[in-house]
Design a protein around this ligand. Structure first.
Ligand SMILES: [Zn+2]
Length: 266
């Protein structure tokens, strides 16, 4: 494998504590400050009883994803190179891994809108009463693991190195900050390439029937290619949440146990 000196340093540390979480914390702080300066919807700038729950989801899910990268790296150290193009430039390897991983996220997300038990896990993400930097990670711990599994399995079979997967997951995590950000930004025609906030807000409308599309996490062209692009015009209204799950609790522990309770299984 040919890497520059900087690339070697990155490879050694990219997927490990504490650099990954430190970069993420800085990026999160930057988006949080920008939201105060240029909000898309002003009332979403303040805590609506969701902040504590979102902080706990955020910490739990980052812990899961970082642990998964470390475990994956250990496993990949034990196996051969596989079909993965190890000689390609690092950025190209990370982009390739991101495409594979993102398609896995799309597949699980789409299935989660059609399969009952998966929906109960995913409904927690849709319960957010506003969209802001933190609630891209308002997701059930089990759903977090399920979402990452297909991409990691394919990349593992191909023989992608752990730091390459770590780089791809870091980009996904950073993108989720911006995808859910309460930031007044638009990207024009690039929204057909990247699933930015203006695309994703349509996926958080209050009625279940209205949110069966725009499933992409990073690359919105998956929705175009696979027929799930929502044919909407203009801006989504700031009317988010999930009317169809009125029993869903708003506290962290309640949200983790709710999919397995009697009410959720009816
Ligand atoms: Zn969804």
């Amino acid at each position: 494998m040919r890497y520059t000196h900087m690339g070697k340093i990155l490879l050694r540390w990219l997927s490990y504590w504490p650099l990954g979480p430190a970069i993420l914390a800085l990026a999160a702080a930057a988006v949080a400050v920008l939201e105060q300066l240029a909000p898309w919807h002003r009332p979403w700038r303040t805590d609506q009883g969701d902040l504590r729950t979102d902080v706990l989801h955020f910490l739990g899910n980052v812990l899961v994803s970082q642990t998964a990268v470390v475990a994956y790296t250990g496993l990949m150290d034990l196996r051969g190179p596989g079909l993965w193009p190890h000689e390609a430039p690092l950025w190209l390897q990370i982009l390739g891994a991101l495409l594979v991983f993102d398609l896995g996220l799309y597949a699980v997300h789409r299935a989660s809108h059609g399969v009952g038990p998966l929906w109960k896990l995913h409904a927690i993400h849709h319960s957010a009463p506003r969209l802001y930097w933190l609630n891209g990670q308002r997701r059930h711990l089990l759903h977090e693991m399920l979402e990452g599994l297909p991409g990691m399995a394919v990349l593992g079979l191909l023989g992608a190195p752990g730091p390459v997967l770590g780089g791809a997951i870091a980009l996904v995590t950073l993108h989720l900050l911006l995808q859910h950000a309460n930031l007044d930004y638009r990207v024009g025609p690039l929204r057909h390439l990247l699933a930015t906030a203006e695309v994703h807000r349509w996926h958080h409308q209050r009625r279940w029937q209205e949110v069966q599309g725009n499933y992409a996490a990073v690359f919105s062209f998956w929705d175009h290619l696979l027929g799930t692009w929502l044919p909407v015009r203009g801006e989504a209204p700031p009317d988010v949440g999930m009317d169809d799950e009125p029993d869903l609790p708003m506290d962290w522990l309640g949200q983790l146990t709710w999919p397995f309770g009697r009410r959720a299984r009816r």
